[in-house]
Design a protein around this ligand. Structure first.
Ligand code: SAM
Ligand code: SF4
Ligand code: SF4
Length: 336
């Protein structure tokens, strides 16, 4: 089957699969506790794709050109028996890389099982080492030590580890240098993510963003850095290396230097909706097709027609007005 290109000639290469919309954190920039409180209604079980349905989808996407899968959420390690999904996905022909993005809380328990199941890498989110700052950000009072122990367990298990830090003005800027030092010494890549206007609940505005340039200037006052060339078309992070070591840092510059021109990524929500942009307001239902037709044909036709018509360029075109648009999907639902 031929690979797919959208209208802007961007190939379909990566697929992010959200396996749950639930989370054990309430990060203020993603699931603010006052909105995602005890009365918040998450997806009911019957609406969530089964592992068999996710596998069928992944097979079809791989035939259409996808080579990389990333499991995400909500918090993907909250999905029961997630390792059995990973073992199924590793057997799909054409998929050469499976990663998972996690807040790290359950990694100490799960790292070895994930590795045994065939997972290659984890991206662990950690926004501060300083306990008071981190406890406040994660909204559940969880200490950074819990996540640090998870990261160590992942390294011991032989998983590739990168750490993601969302930087917010006046919240955790003071943690940029301590985080950089800590992970440089551990030989772990740290990636700084610009705070994004995903969803409608996190009170985002341009003033709360710390740009790559600002972060880079802080780092450059402490460390000698040199740029690293991208490994492949569509690589999202802008990478640098500490001059005196092999350890890298990266920047995800969705706000200050958008990269829609090389966006090769599709996303599936836990209830089987297909999104062609993180900032979309509408997904395309694949669950109904999965549950109605046992053969691949209708699914292939749907995915093909959606991707071939795709013209998304939200970050390239971001304006004060688009930021205020009210119907954007939430990050915890689409998985980042
Ligand atoms: N729960 C997992 C975790 O936190 O790693 C996976 C899902 S989470 C939605 C995926 C990534 O999105 C995390 O690295 C998180 O920090 C990032 N994220 C969430 N909200 C964000 C925002 N408003 N701006 C930038 N990154 C955000
Ligand atoms: Fe949960 Fe991840 Fe969102 Fe934090 S960023 S609330 S850990 S889904
Ligand atoms: Fe891709 Fe949409 Fe992000 Fe642009 S804004 S890089 S099209 S997900």
């Amino acid at each position: 089957m031929e690979g797919l290109q959208d209208k802007l000639r961007r190939p379909l290469q990566d697929l992010r699969i959200s396996v749950t919309d639930k989370c054990n954190f309430r990060c203020q920039y993603c699931m603010p506790a006052d909105i995602f409180g005890p009365d918040f209604t998450f997806l009911p079980k019957e609406e969530i794709l089964s592992f068999e349905e996710i596998e069928r989808l992944a097979v079809v996407f791989s035939k259409l050109g996808v080579r990389k899968l990333r499991i995400t959420g909500g918090e993907p390690l909250l999905r029961r028996h997630i390792t059995s999904l990973i073992s199924r996905l590793t057997k799909i022909e054409g998929i050469d890389d499976i990663g998972l993005t996690t807040n790290g809380v359950l990694l100490t328990k799960e790292a070895e099982n994930l590795k045994q199941a065939g997972l290659k890498r984890v991206n662990v989110s950690l926004d501060a080492l300083h306990d008071e700052i981190f406890k406040k950000i994660n909204g559940r009072g969880v200490s950074s030590n819990v996540v640090l122990r998870g990261i160590e367990a992942a390294i011991r298990a032989g998983l590739g580890v990168k750490v993601n830090m969302v930087v917010q003005k006046d919240v955790n800027e003071s943690e940029i240098i301590p985080m950089a030092e800590h992970f440089r010494d551990m030989g772990v890549t740290l990636r700084f993510i610009e705070f994004m206007d995903v969803g409608n609940t996190n009170g985002w505005n341009f003033q709360k963003v710390v740009t790559k340039k600002e972060i880079f200037n802080k780092l450059a006052a402490h460390f000698e850095l040199e740029p690293v060339d991208p490994d492949y078309f569509g690589e999202v992070a802008k990478r640098y290396r500490y001059k005196d070591s092999k350890t890298e840092i990266g920047f995800i510059t969705s706000v200050s230097e958008s990269f829609c021109g090389s966006c090769t990524r599709a996303r599936i929500s836990a209830d089987g909706k297909f999104y062609t942009c993180l900032f979309a307001s509408k997904g395309h239902d694949l669950r109904n097709i999965l549950r109605t037709y046992p053969d691949e044909g209708p699914l292939v036709d749907k995915i093909r027609s959606v991707w071939e018509r795709r013209t998304d360029r939200y970050s390239d075109e971001r304006t004060e007005e688009s930021v205020r648009r009210k119907e954007k999907i939430e990050m915890s639902y689409i998985g980042g």
